[in-house]
Write a protein that binds this ligand. Structure first.
Ligand code: ADP
Ligand code: MG
Length: 235
């Protein structure tokens, strides 16, 4: 199966374990939530999956292939794309050109312009397409980040707090977009603080706290999980 698997991943910064034997899976056609308090290790786990940080133990596989030692660029060619918590857009380029740069690196570079037009439409960014990225609100900037990840037609899509700064209407449209990306066959992993969005859009949820998975399951069960409630309340 073309799933994303993280198996027993440990990352230590000095003596501090940011991730401690973490195992999670994400399946194509599903949106998998990864939640947890600040500092839980969510972004570090994305760094391990995308190849920016080597774990001291454990591994990552994509579609059954062990990619633990594979550099980030090769993982991207296996269909992995991610967004960053901090925006990484080209500030002076327009929204359209930011998307074009990404599309021209993807597997369908000859259709890049067509794909960009499609993504602009899908993300509701038509009215902003000619604006420089610098001029965007945080919410819109994050949507463009997501658009850049979509432009490479990912099979595995990692989103790090993509809805931060979006208003209610933007979040609703974004939820529909995530569902459609999954329905197109991608395995989507969503790191997000907006619990309403997580609970409405995710098929499965993993909860990280202090570098450990403390719960995994469907959103309804996670919402009622005592360990999860305690972690969020800081007890
Ligand atoms: P989250 O994304 O869940 O908020 P992070 O993955 O950013 O959490 O961080 C997890 C833990 O690892 C935190 O305690 C953080 O301070 C620490 N950390 C993250 N990156 C580094 C780094 N480059 N050097 C040292 N510690 C780090
Ligand atoms: Mg983070």
């Amino acid at each position: 199966m073309a799933s994303l698997q993280v198996d027993g991943v440990t990352v230590a910064f000095g003596g501090h374990r940011a991730l401690d034997a973490v195992s999670i899976g994400a399946e194509p056609g599903r949106v998998t939530g990864l939640i947890g308090p600040n500092g839980a290790g969510k972004s570090t786990l994305f760094d391990v999956i995308s190849g920016l940080r080597r774990p001291s133990a454990g591994g990552v596989s994509l579609g059954g292939r062990d990619v633990t030692r594979m550099p980030p660029g090769r993982r991207a060619r296996h269909g992995l794309a991610r967004t960053f918590q901090r925006l990484e857009l080209f500030g002076r380029l327009s929204v359209r050109d930011n998307l074009l740069v990404a599309a021209e690196m993807g597997p369908e570079r000859r259709r890049a312009r067509h794909m960009v037009a499609e993504i602009v439409e899908r993300l509701g960014l038509a009215h902003l397409a000619d604006q420089p990225a610098d001029a965007l609100s945080t919410g819109a900037g994050r949507l463009v980040e997501v658009g850049r990840a979509l432009a490479v037609r990912p099979r595995y899509l990692l989103l790090d707090e993509p809805a931060a700064g979006q208003d209610g209407e933007e979040t609703e449209r974004f939820a529909a977009l995530l569902r459609s990306v999954a329905e197109d066959g991608a395995a989507v992993v969503l790191v997000e603080h907006d619990m309403g969005l997580v609970m409405s859009v995710c098929d499965d949820v993993h909860v990280l706290d202090l570098g450990r998975i403390i719960a995994s399951g469907p959103p309804e069960a996670i919402q009622r999980d005592q360990a999860v409630l305690s972690a969020y309340l800081g007890e």
